[in-house]
Ligand binder design. Sequence first.
Ligand code: SAM
Length: 282
Amino acid sequence: MKNYITEHQSPYLDLRAEVTDILFEGKSDFQDIVVADSKEYGRMLMLDGVFQTSDKDEFTYHENITHIPLFLHPSPKNVLIIGGGDGGAAREAVRHPEVERVTMVDIDGKVIELSKKYFPKISAAILENNPKLTVKVGDGIAFMKEAENFYDVIIVDCSDPVGPGEGLFTYDFYKDTYKALKDDGIFVQQTESPFMHRKLVREVFDAVGAIFPITRLYTAFIPLYPTGMHCFTMGSKKYDPLTWESNRKQTFETKYYNEGIQKSAFVLPNFVKELLYGEKHE
Ligand code: SAM
């Protein structure tokens, strides 16, 4: 008999993956967790019924959430990742020679532990005890409240705005993020699909825009996520991605990211511009 795991992407649309093995199925203190081997995407991580990452497409997400803010900043030394328990964003961040310190704060130690066991490629920087990386288990919201004028780049690699991730999509959290950044700091958060999650995308864009002098949205193709068209909201204190010129050489290989993507990711289709800058309606 065939076995499947299913994400209900909307009340009217499911994404169903045929799996050969369920390697882990259980509950942490914060969420339901499934790790399974699928035929199409290889090994997959699911949290609270939502596909988070897969061995086959993880590079699309992790390279875009990490390299775009890090290459926008001319000298990113201190990086903070909120969430990102699978370790993929941390793995990409430590590859930048300019980066001296990466702190990752995920609320769920179980996700970190399972990723080390089942996703060794994704969690490579954690597994190898990379000297630049500090991993903390704790609430990113509380952590951010305490930080001030310290980080060059903050990456919020969170789950959807339900459960423990809910407070990561609020005006108060973005205010704390602004405070935690240095005077030329950059913040990026994954903000779902501009095609399917229109209300959330507009609300986050407006909230970040009320705090940061430069607020931009960029998109990337993430096959596993709803509609495949994913977006990231960026708040920046000084550097504008729309006037970016290459400021250093890329010293490592990437499968998705390149200098063209650094620019083109911010070129938005008209329906997305209308969503962000047009009259607000639900
Ligand atoms: N890259 C994948 C994606 O976006 O789908 C995976 C993201 S990562 C697995 C999301 C992480 O955010 C989870 O491990 C979850 O535990 C963490 N998270 C959710 N709420 C959090 C909070 N308040 N503070 C810190 N981490 C949080």
